[in-house]
Design a protein around this ligand. Sequence first.
Ligand SMILES: [Zn+2]
Length: 215
Amino acid sequence: MARLLSIIMLIVSSMVVTVGCQMSDVIDTSSDPRPWTNGTIKYYFDSSLSVEQIHLIQKGMLEWADKTNISFIEISYDKKYAVKIFRGDKSEATIGHQSRNYLKLSSFGNRTILHELGHIIGLWHEQCRQDRDQYIIVNYENVADDAPISDFNKSYQFYDIRNYSYDYNSIMHYGSFAYSKDINYPTITKLDGSYIYPSANISQDDIKKVNEIYK
Ligand SMILES: [Zn+2]
C-alpha cells in the first residue's frame, strides 16, 4: 500500500511539474520596434547552435512563412540590422525590427521557437493587450521576483486590437503558471479562475494579425 501511495504521489507530482514547467521569456523593445520592411526578415545563425537546433529553427520559420506574408532570408554579410540567432541561458527576443536584433534560445521545443519567432516578426504577448482585464486576471503576487514584469503589464501592439477577439489560443499567450513563484499558484487565469494552457500552434488570429501588419 505504501508503495502504491508513493507511486500515486510520484504521478501527481510529475503532473504538477508538467503544468508548472511552462515557457517564459524576455522581450527587448529597447531600440524603437517597428515592422520589417516588406515583411522580409534577414537573419544569421551563430556558431553556438548545432545543426539539429538550426533545423528546428528553420522548421519554425517555414511554418510562419507558409502561413503569413513574412519571409526569412539567411545572410552571410551586412549583418548589422539582421537578427543574430544564438543559444543562451534563457529565451529572449527583440520585437519587430530594431537597430539591434537578436533571438536567444535556451530550449528548442516547437512552441518556444514559434513563440520567439512571433516576437521577431513583431508580436507582443497576448496577455499584455490593453483590453486584457476583460478576459484575464494577472496575479502579480504570484509572479516570481526575478520575472520581467513587462511580460505581465499592458503594452502596445503593432496591430489594432479592436479587430481581434481576445485569443487564449494565441501562440503569444503565456500559460497560467509562467514565472510562477510557487507552482501551486497561477500567475494568470481566466476571469472565472480557470487555467490557460499554452498553445502549441499558431492560431488563426495570430496569422491574421501578422498579415495585417504585413499586407
Ligand atoms: Zn514571449
